[in-house]
Design a protein around this ligand. Structure first.
Ligand code: C2E
Ligand code: MG
Ligand code: MG
Length: 707
């Protein structure tokens, strides 16, 4: 029996017991966990060293006084008391608490409690064992973070040392389409897209072996077959011996980034409308062509193309239709040349074709380039369908042959110059570059610069060319613009008007013409003998196409308070592309009283039906027909036809460019009763014109013009 054994009073047993007690005590004191014994009233009877260290207190500060509840955080205190009252009589295990050290630090512990009772079942002492959970909790937290990270938006995958999938995260499934079950056990190569060669994968493995990691862009294939661009990082995981046990792969879908990048490079090198190479890419290709032709002895040529009528289409039909035309033109050029030739769009209606690989001998290069050039021009000269109607918009082309040593920009400039030469010839034709053209370019550039300043420097003047009836009475005048630049010869309108139209300067200049004409009409209104004079001004397509053109005209009429019926606007057939818009604008102005004359009539393509829709007052027979009437019978027929047409449409008809008595007689005889031309008077200053008025009778205000 244990009790009787304890009562044996043998000195060696006593000593052994004391020794045993001391070692138990030592064990208790130095146990690698915290432990304490409490009295029945809950005060400390014994606290071991580790627990004292956790609490930061010497033994004296505890024994017989403090209770464990003094060393718990408020939340843990509540938990402890709840457990104590519920399970205290039986004891409890692994209660997680935070104990509070003297310095305010907390420590997570797991507490196991057991109580001792006396023979009557009364609560005696109790003993608790506490394990420090700090390290354990830390590990748990790490695992939790790892699990969260594994569940990130990036696709992740862990493989064995041979690259077979062990584990994947949810994003992996989203990005690749493979579920965890499908992926597990599969080699990573199941994702390969076939877009990379063996060298790519060899380099990847080499990097993994040598550096333990690889990262870069890769194309992978989803389960559904779609190829996605990924940014992939792979790391090798090695064991303590340095042997690779696993690989982890993390990847992001960068397909959208790549698409954006592609788009950026598309924008940088390609024209957004036609998708053709732009000037930058063209220069690049030109450099390549120049290098390869000088090596191979083959030839190259630059074809510079400018559409002849594009500005009119754009100005009158609007930019959307203009864009459609450009797209069609781009397609036609592309299909007229070989796949290997470069077709670029420089902007606006300018295209460039770069031909390379022309077969030697060099003397044949011109012939070959010309052949291709004509093929392109032929394709461009076919009608374009816009708003269900046919439009003609042929092109002018300048060609230059690649010659060693010529800079790229000089080549383009040469082709551009030759193109202008083709324009000058009337368009729909091709010209080769000739060095003499270089001078004319310098001149043109200088001219445009001067033109920009001309209005501010008051270098413009209106000249007046009288218009007569058959009784030799002056019925009015056409105002013709003159430019007198300081320090150089006057520039003819045929030169500066197209320049002003191209640069847009025609808009402010046109407004100046309108205002000056109104001012003149106002002055004439003040004099009884000049009151009845009509003044015609020329309006070009670009002016007329402005959305607020009618406002500009009515505002100016109001500003100068003139009689609007004295003002006549000369328009041309080429501007009547968008009949509806022109008719609306003309009707608005017609309602105000403004009159219209169709200038250069017979040279355009206007159909009779569109002509009848326009509220015209007058047809003006183009001077080319008048000029040739006696030499070319067909022109005489045309003149008579126009006169007859005007009569049947109830329109006035006037002939311009009348230079001889014979012409005058023929016109009057055939019913054209209004005349304008050198025979009756050249365009002249206002002083000269007013002097002329004193020599001629002016048609009285009451008489109709053609009377
Ligand atoms: P247009 O409106 O057809 O003007 C008639 C042109 O024929 C004028 O040339 C005039 O000087 C010329 N001319 C008149 N009678 C005769 C003749 O008997 N024989 C010959 N050979 N020529 C004659 P100009 O003044 O050089 O003007 C040329 C063109 O410039 C005009 O043709 C017109 O389209 C344009 N233009 C002139 N002034 C203006 C203007 O203020 N605004 C706009 N937008 N264009 C204008
Ligand atoms: Mg005119
Ligand atoms: Mg004319």
């Amino acid at each position: 029996m244990a009790d009787s054994a304890v009562t044996i009073e043998r000195p060696d047993v006593q000593a052994r017991l004391a020794g045993l007690s001391a070692s138990i005590q030592a064990l208790y004191e130095h146990a690698p966990f915290g432990t304490h014994t409490l009295a029945a009233d809950g005060t400390y009877l014994q606290v071991n060293a580790l627990q004292r260290a956790w609490l930061g207190l010497p033994p004296d500060a505890l024994l017989g006084k403090k209770t464990p509840t003094d060393f718990l955080t408020p939340a843990s205190l509540a938990k402890y008391q709840k457990h104590l009252s519920a399970y205290g009589s039986h004891g409890f295990a692994d209660l997680e608490l935070d104990i509070l050290g003297q310095n305010g630090s907390t420590r997570p512990v797991s507490l196991t409690y057991s109580g001792n009772r006396d023979a009557n079942g009364n609560h005696q002492t109790s003993r608790s064992v506490l394990f420090d959970l700090t390290a354990h909790n830390h590990r748990v937290e790490q695992q939790r973070v790892a699990a969260l990270a594994f569940d990130s938006l990036a696709g992740m995958c862990v493989t064995d040392s041979l690259g077979h999938v062990l584990q994947v995260n949810r994003a992996f499934t989203t990005l690749t389409g493979y579920s965890a079950e499908e992926a597990q056990g599969q080699p990573m190569s199941m994702l390969s897209s076939g877009r990379h060669n063996q060298a790519f994968y060899s380099a990847m493995w080499a990097s993994l072996q040598n550096h333990g990691s690889w990262q870069g862009e890769i194309f992978n294939r989803r389960k559904d077959g779609q190829v996605i661009a990924e940014w992939l990082s792979i790391s090798a995981i090695s064991n303590a011996d340095g042997k690779v046990t696993n690989y982890t792969a993390t990847f992001y879908d960068i397909t959208a980034n790549r698409a954006a990048q592609d788009q950026i490079s598309q924008l940088a090198y390609f024209d957004p409308l036609t998708q053709l190479p732009n000037r930058r890419l063209l220069l690049d290709r030109l450099a390549q062509a120049a290098a390869s032709t000088s090596r191979s002895g083959k030839g190259g040529a630059v074809l510079f193309i400018d559409l002849d009528n594009f500005k009119t289409v754009n100005d009158t039909l609007g930019h959307d239709e203009g864009d459609k035309l450009l797209l069609q033109a781009a397609k036609r050029i592309r299909s007229a040349v070989r796949e290997t030739d470069t077709v670029a769009r420089l902007g606006g209606d300018e295209f460039v074709v770069l031909l390379d690989g022309l077969a030697p001998p060099a003397a044949d290069f011109i012939h070959q380039a010309e052949k291709v050039g004509h093929k392109v021009l032929k394709a461009l000269a076919l009608p374009y369908v816009l708003r269900n109607k046919d439009f003609l918009c042929a092109a002018s082309m300048g060609v230059t042959i690649l010659v060693d040593g010529t800079t790229l920009s000089a080549l383009l400039q040469q082709a551009d110059l030759a193109m202008y030469q083709a324009k000058k010839k009337g368009g729909n034709t091709l010209c080769f570059f000739d060095p003499a053209m270089q001078n004319s370019l310098a001149e043109r550039v200088g001219l445009e610069q001067d033109l920009r300043r001309a209005l501010g420097l008051q270098q413009f003047q209106l000249y007046f060319q009288p218009q007569f009836n058959r009784h030799d009475q002056i019925v009015g005048a056409e105002a013709l613009l003159r430019w007198f630049p300081t320090g150089r010869e006057p520039v003819p309108p045929a030169v500066f008007i197209p320049l002003a139209e191209e640069s847009g300067l025609i808009l402010p200049i046109g407004q100046w013409v309108l205002e000056t004409a109104c001012q003149q009409l106002k002055a004439w209104e003040a004099q009884p003998h000049t009151q009845a004079l009509q003044l015609a001004i020329n309006v070009c397509a670009r002016q007329f196409a402005q959305p607020d053109f009618t406002d500009q005209v009515t505002r100016t009429i109001a500003q100068y308070a003139i009689d609007p019926t004295r003002l006549k606007l000369e328009i041309t057939e080429s501007m009547v592309l968008d009949v509806e818009d022109v008719v609306t604008k003309m009707n608005t102005l017609r309602a105000v009283g403004v009159r219209f004359s169709m200038d250069d009539f017979g040279t355009g393509y206007s159909s009779l039906s569109s002509l009848t829709k326009l509220p015209l007052g007058q047809l003006k027979i183009d001077q080319s027909f008048v000029h040739n009437m006696h030499a070319k019978p067909i022109d005489a027929v045309i003149v008579r036809t126009i006169i007859g047409m005007a009569q049947s449409l109830g329109l006035e008809v006037i002939a311009e460019g009348v230079e001889t008595e014979d012409q005058r007689a023929f016109l009057i005889e055939n019913g054209c009763l209004l005349l304008q031309g050198y025979l009756c008077g050249k365009p002249m200053t206002i002083h000269a014109f007013e002097a002329l008025l004193t020599q001629h009778a002016i048609r009285p205000a009451s008489a109709p013009a053609m009377d």
